[in-house]
Write a protein that binds this ligand. Structure first.
Ligand SMILES: [Zn+2]
Ligand SMILES: [Zn+2]
Length: 176
């Protein structure tokens, strides 16, 4: 994330039409054209002589770093939106389609502690708003199902069986 001085930071937010968490936050600054089209695409702004992508900046400012190797997908399909609640870090589409993407090395939290990939439909998202900042808690749906199946006496046996075969997912890279 580019280091922005306070003035640039507040200027950034003057260009955002901030709405409720569920709505699009439209960017009122410059937009780059979409590929193969003249329609406006992602919002941009310049800071310290560099061009920054508005939605990436907003996500990093309010949620946190984007894991290495992942791109932000607009779940609302509105390229001009910078609402972090509408942005989801995903591997590139090709990898999702093939379904054989190796876990991106050095990526933070691409997998839950049980090794389920934290992408696409396996993510349960909760949006939390504290004052001016929005955080998105991501949790693993597969794990939720596991925990449910471990309820009760029979569940305890299933849990024991699961852990007797369990090999923890190898954690690599960042210490974050
Ligand atoms: Zn949106
Ligand atoms: Zn999991």
């Amino acid at each position: 994330m580019p280091m922005l001085d306070e003035e640039t930071k507040s200027y950034f937010w003057t260009l955002v039409d901030k709405q409720g968490v569920g709505e699009c936050w439209n960017w009122n600054g410059k937009r780059m054209p979409l590929k193969n089209s003249k329609k406006p695409g992602y919002g941009t702004f310049s800071a310290n002589g560099k061009t920054c992508v508005a939605h990436r900046y907003a996500y990093q400012a309010l949620v946190g770093r984007i894991p290495d190797g992942l791109v932000l997908d607009h779940t609302c399909r509105n390229h001009g939106c910078v609402n972090p609640a509408h942005l989801e870090p995903v591997t590139n589409k090709e990898n999702i389609l093939r379904g054989t993407a190796p876990p991106a090395k050095n990526a933070a939290k691409t997998h839950c502690k049980h090794g389920h990939p934290l992408i696409g439909e396996n993510i349960k998202r909760r949006v939390r708003v504290f004052g001016n900042s929005v955080t998105i808690e991501r949790s693993c749906l597969a794990c939720r199902k596991l925990r449910k199946s471990w309820e009760g006496d029979k569940g305890k046996l299933r849990k024991a069986a699961y852990y007797s075969n369990f090999v923890p997912h190898e954690r690599v890279g960042h210490d974050k």
